[in-house]
Design a protein around this ligand. Structure first.
Ligand SMILES: *Cc1c(COP(=O)(O)O)cnc(C)c1O
Length: 523
């Protein structure tokens, strides 16, 4: 709660060593919670009670106040603008979060997404009135299938993790349809994103971890041994390529063959597709299902003003099991298959979403694809890989790359370069905030000690990368010179400093409880 009312003594608020009575710092405004700014007693609109109109809500009519804060329009605007200024954004600077592909969101995408014919359509409109939107979805599907060399794509999933669920549900539906109900074991490398094992378990599979070898890739001996010992219960494998160490799984075709021989399916986590587009097609690698994070690879905003989009491409073996609804092209134009009963042989595993997915993301992603063209998409991939290798090479003498050789689209460092300095990965990340950089991904993947995963993406110019590298090098050298204090105190310039992150994760306070007087007023 910010200071309010009349001061009773000349005592100032001590915010992060810098003292102001308001809690603001210069023109960076302090922000109270929205519930503390507004009260249920106030309203931003000033309309008389409607007279002489019967209410038609019947028994659904509200009896008490719901306690929403009332704010004026300027108060509301200021609240959200202030919050937005406390946030870091890709539009503000380098956002090197590995595995997340924080690339620039071209403004052309926004222009197209806001066109009324695309922005103002309703999912319940008659199909004959949304032919253009359906054509756009059909075209997007075409690009995704072509880039992947896969025969089908489910557009409905609303995030990467949701796409994983889609792919694994298709695998499960196929196994069940073939009577393979004993196939319930899914192999997952230990470097996998947490959503992989979570998805497998959600679909009723058990997870069996495969270790990584010294090269940071799937340990092939361990994999073969597992399959030699027992393979009749294998449902499949979930593998990320390039993997979360930023390395191409060079044995991927052999892995696909081994899994298929065991009667299982190959789920590829496609979050790192940004390193492959235009160069490698997952269908050529033996992949059966793969989600594509449109917000990572195809430049739609993360968060997306609502749900995101994680279309899932499917192989011949799985395509009949795709969820409804989906778009079909007929002689009369575009149509939607809405019911399982109308799908090919009625095999669809069902429906994942009420409607057809995130239209706003589809129009942005297709705009990105069409404005780049196939050659431009390939160049973006190559530039992303080049930028990551430039970062890795430029930091290798002062930081410690986790594995030898070149990387794909992200550079992974471990914390050996901080050994005996008293500084750890977390301290290093906090010092980056003072330098004006959002930290890289930390402590992930788990196979590397004190991991720092840096993904610059293709968006950054050489000048921008050089400034980032300069800051990273100075921090590494500062740590090695024994200047521990400056790390332990960091961040000095952030709106808030070291938060109790463990407590926040373990005991999140998700509900605001009104002070007594407000609670009474609402009754
Ligand atoms: C981002 C990511 C996911 C999950 O994608 P969301 O869109 O955040 O649900 C899964 N796997 C990997 C490797 C990722 O980087």
């Amino acid at each position: 709660m910010l200071n309010q009312g009349r001061p009773t003594s000349p005592v100032a608020t001590n915010m992060n060593d810098r003292v102001t009575v308001s809690g603001s710092k210069g023109l960076e405004q302090a922000t109270a919670l929205i519930f503390e700014t507004g009260t249920p007693r106030r309203t931003g609109v000033d309309l008389p009670e409607p007279k002489g109109r019967a209410r038609r809500l019947g028994s659904h009519e509200r009896e008490g106040e719901i306690g929403l804060p009332g704010l004026s329009e300027p108060e509301t605007l200021r609240h959200y603008v202030r919050l937005s200024q406390k946030n870091y954004a890709i539009d503000m600077g380098v956002y090197p979060l590995g595995s997340c592909t924080m690339k620039h969101n071209p403004r052309l995408n926004e222009k197209v997404a806001r066109m009324p014919g695309l922005a103002d359509v309703h999912p319940l409109q008659p199909v004959s009135t949304v032919q253009g939107a359906l054509e756009l979805m059909h075209e997007l599907s075409h690009w995704l299938m072509t880039l992947c060399n896969m025969p089908a794509v489910a557009l409905t999933p609303k995030a990467g993790a949701h796409g994983e669920l889609c792919g694994m549900m298709a695998i499960r539906a196929r196994l069940d349809a073939d009577g393979h109900t004993h196939k319930r074991r899914v192999l997952v490398p230990e470097s996998a994103h947490g959503t992989n094992p979570a998805t497998a378990v959600q679909c009723g599979f058990t997870v069996d971890e495969i270790p990584a070898d010294k090269r940071g890739r799937v340990d092939m001996d361990a994999l073969r041994k597992k399959l030699d010992e027992k393979s009749d219960d294998i449902a499949g494998i979930m593998l990320t390529n390039p993997n979360t160490c930023g390395l191409f799984e060079t044995d991927i075709i052999e892995i696909a063959d081994l899994i298929h021989t065991a009667g299982g399916y190959f789920y590829c986590d496609g979050a790192n597709f940004n390193a492959l587009v235009g160069r490698v097609r997952p269908g050529d690698l033996g992949v059966d299902a793969m989600h594509i994070n449109l917000h990572k690879t195809f430049s739609t905003p993360h968060g997306g003003g609502g749900p995101g989009s994680g279309p899932t491409v499917l192989s011949d073996a799985l395509k009949d099991y795709a969820p409804v609804p989906y778009v079909v092209k007929t002689d009369e134009g575009y149509g939607l298959v809405e019911d399982v009963e109308h799908t090919d042989g009625a095999k669809s595993f069902g429906r994942m979403c009420a409607f057809h997915g995130q239209m706003g993301m589809y129009s942005r992603a297709l705009t990105y694809m069409m404005s780049h063209g196939s050659d431009g998409l390939k160049q973006a991939t190559e530039d992303a890989v080049l930028n990551a290798n430039y970062v890795q090479a430029s930091l290798s003498d002062v930081m410690t790359p986790a594995f030898g050789g070149t990387c794909m689209h992200e550079a992974l460092f471990d914390d050996r370069f901080l050994k005996d300095t008293g500084v750890d990965t977390l301290d290093f990340a906090k010092a980056m905030i003072d330098e004006g950089y959002h930290p890289m991904t930390m402590y992930f993947p788990l196979v590397v000690h004190g991991a720092m995963l840096i993904e610059p993406t293709e968006s950054e110019s050489k000048g921008e990368l050089d400034r980032f590298i300069f800051s990273m090098r100075s921090l590494a050298m500062r740590a090695q010179a024994g200047l521990v204090e400056s790390f332990k105190n960091a961040p000095v310039y952030a709106p808030l400093r070291r938060l109790d992150e463990t407590r926040a994760a373990r005991n999140p306070i998700l509900r605001w409880t009104p002070p007594e007087d407000l609670a009474q007023a609402a009754e």
